[in-house]
Design a protein around this ligand. Structure first.
Ligand SMILES: [Cu+2]
Length: 384
């Protein structure tokens, strides 16, 4: 029996057995937030006066599974709103490839990545985070779009059977990662799939930075995920009954910094073939791409990033006509392209080993008329 299996459920839940550098910060924040008259008083007396949000309109948003994105306005209508979201944490087995390699994934809403949330700058995000009793782990959420309390991580630690509601003001425009960051277990939860992204649109919508609106016809969300699956003595991928059982072996692989799988949307082939994203010639597509843990470099084979916010922050002037763009780990990027030719386009991480050997590839299937002016076969390959 491994040490890991001897850990009690409670030790796993508190993370004490796997305490990391951030644990004291989160515990300290929880203490300040505890139901203790003195500390509650101290916290309140240091707060700014509450802003009255009771007059703000509320809107409940139903999230959808990536690569799809819930319906939204590109230009905000009216003033700031409170946007209500619910994310339910699901620990579940997921199959990573056609060989049946399995992980005990940890997910927001059952998918890797979690759903893309869309709001406008100065809206309030009001999130109900649910950790059902059927789960085995403590979880929380850190929004890179939020300000203070470890991005909300310190205020949202939920044990199985608990839920919490967090509200933050989306003050910065851009695409931002969110991820689980529980005390002592941050990288394990993130690399087990517990991450997603939120898009905070400028209220006037996207522009090219010189006053010209950039309007998209479609938006897709690609979440890139590195997985670290342990192997047995024969080099075969191992299977485990629960995340806790896999913990020790998985962390050993994580520490090699060598992923066994790097995939888009949870599995090799999740966005290729019949699962390809689609567009028509003439359609402008916004591609959101997040990587919560590791650097990546998206590239659209046979196309371009015509407007690219590589680090995803829309108040910056976008880069124009990029061939490949760089997204640092812990960041969500955005790229806009208007398809000009029909066909199958591969959208890859242009570390081509990661794309072709480990899985970081997707397809766009584009329909429409071929433009001979842009490209033509002058002479088909033949013996000369
Ligand atoms: Cu978690």
């Amino acid at each position: 029996m491994t040490n890991n299996m001897q850990m009690t459920r409670r030790t796993m839940l508190t993370g004490a057995a796997v305490a990391g550098a951030l644990t004291p910060i989160i515990v300290a924040s929880n203490v300040a937030n505890a139901d203790d008259a003195h500390s509650t008083q101290a916290l309140k007396s240091s707060k700014k006066p509450a802003v009255d949000l009771s007059k703000l309109p509320r809107e409940k948003v139903e999230l959808v599974k990536p690569p799809f994105v819930h319906a939204h306005d590109q230009k905000a209508k009216g003033g700031p709103k409170i946007k209500e979201f619910t994310l339910t944490i699901q620990e579940k087995k997921m199959v990573l490839d056609k060989e049946g390699t399995e992980v005990n994934a940890m997910t927001f809403d059952g998918s890797v990545p979690g759903p893309l949330m869309v709001v406008h700058q100065d809206d309030y995000v009001e999130l109900t985070l649910v950790n059902p009793e059927t789960n085995t782990m403590q979880h929380n959420i850190d929004f890179h779009a939020a300000t203070g309390a470890l991005g909300g991580g310190a205020l949202t630690v939920v044990n199985p059977g608990e839920s919490t509601v967090l509200r933050f003001k989306a003050t910065k425009a851009g695409v931002f990662v969110y991820h689980c960051a529980p005390p002592g277990m941050v990288p394990w939860h993130v690399t087990s799939g517990m991450n997603g992204a939120i898009m905070v649109l400028p209220r006037e919508g996207l522009t090219d930075g010189h006053g010209k609106p950039v309007v998209y016809d479609k938006v897709y969300y690609v979440g890139e995920q590195d997985f670290y699956v342990p192997r047995d003595a024969n080099g075969m991928f191992k299977k485990y009954d629960s995340p806790g059982e896999a913990y020790e072996d998985t962390v050993a692989v994580m520490k090699t910094l060598t992923p066994t799988h790097i995939v888009f949307n949870g599995a090799v082939g999740a966005l290729t073939g019949d699962n390809a994203m689609t567009a028509k010639v003439g359609e402008t597509v916004l591609i959101i791409h997040s990587q919560a843990n590791r650097d990546t470099r998206p590239h659209l084979i046979g196309g371009h990033g015509e407007y690219v916010w590589a680090t995803g922050k829309f108040q910056n002037v976008p880069d124009i006509d990029q061939e490949t763009w760089f997204i640092p780990g812990g960041t969500a990027g955005a790229a806009v392209y208007t398809f000009a030719q029909p066909g199958i386009y591969a959208y890859v991480n242009h570390n081509l080993i990661e794309a072709f050997e480990l899985g970081a590839a997707a397809h766009f299937k584009v329909t429409g008329d071929w433009n001979d002016d842009l490209m033509t076969s002058v002479r088909a390959p033949s013996a000369s």
